[in-house]
Design a protein around this ligand. Structure first.
Ligand code: SF4
Length: 212
């Protein structure tokens, strides 16, 4: 089976297992997703989802966050870890949205990537979830599962994984597949103790088939 064929099988199996593919972070507006993704670095989505309502209660708009004192933002987001740098990035990012984009989130990958604190992972997530464009979100689950299943060969660098997956995954499937990787990585293919016996991918998974 080629990697392209493997990708199609994996996509179909995970669609059946997780019909409802969605982002695990809660948000109502695109700018809120930008903030949540930044806060999610080295933090759980659950904790981010507990903190963001407090942030929006204090600063309910892009303009309010753009004008807020960084230290006030930091005081709220500190439980997510890396409070100082996350508050700085959120503040700078909201200032750019406020002054350059009329409080909206830009819709091209290049513009997103140029925003403070926004890397390829975040830019891909916004492109896929907000604008419905092709996207590959290479978070820890995507990288781990892609290697175990055999969609990529011993690649750990997020950009290299993204590039390799773009070559084998139909563009319209990438975003949902990455969401499903997150669900599967939490429920079954858990880091360091994958539950292969009950995995819907075991017939095609390289790790399982190799008996390692
Ligand atoms: S068979 Fe095992 S290693 Fe492969 S995807 Fe499933 S849980 Fe992960």
């Amino acid at each position: 089976m080629t990697k392209r064929e493997l990708a199609i099988v994996v996509i179909e199996k995970l669609k059946k297992e997780y019909p409802d593919a969605h982002c695990t972070l809660a948000y109502e507006d695109a700018w809120q997703l930008l903030i949540s993704v930044r806060l999610a670095a080295q933090c759980t989505d659950e904790r981010v989802d507990r903190i963001t309502p407090l942030l929006y209660e204090a600063f309910p708009t892009v303009a309010a966050l753009a004008e807020a004192d960084e230290r006030e933002i930091e005081a709220i987001v500190r439980p997510c870890g890396l409070g100082k740098s996350k508050a700085r990035d959120i503040s700078r990012c909201m200032k750019v949205l406020h002054t350059e984009y009329d409080d909206k989130v830009p819709s091209t990958f290049e513009e997103l990537l140029a925003l403070p604190g926004v890397g390829r992972k975040s830019a891909n997530l916004i492109m896929g979830d907000v604008f419905g464009k092709p996207a590959i979100v290479t978070d820890t689950h995507c990288i781990r599962l892609s290697n175990l299943i055999g969609l990529v060969d011993d690649l750990k660098d997020p950009y290299r994984v993204e590039k390799a997956l773009r070559e084998i995954i139909p563009p319209e499937e990438g975003n949902d597949l990455c969401h499903r990787f997150v669900h599967h990585g939490r429920a079954v293919c858990v880091a360091r103790r994958p539950q292969c016996g009950k995995c819907c991918l075991k017939d095609v998974c390289r790790y399982y088939r190799s008996g390692t």
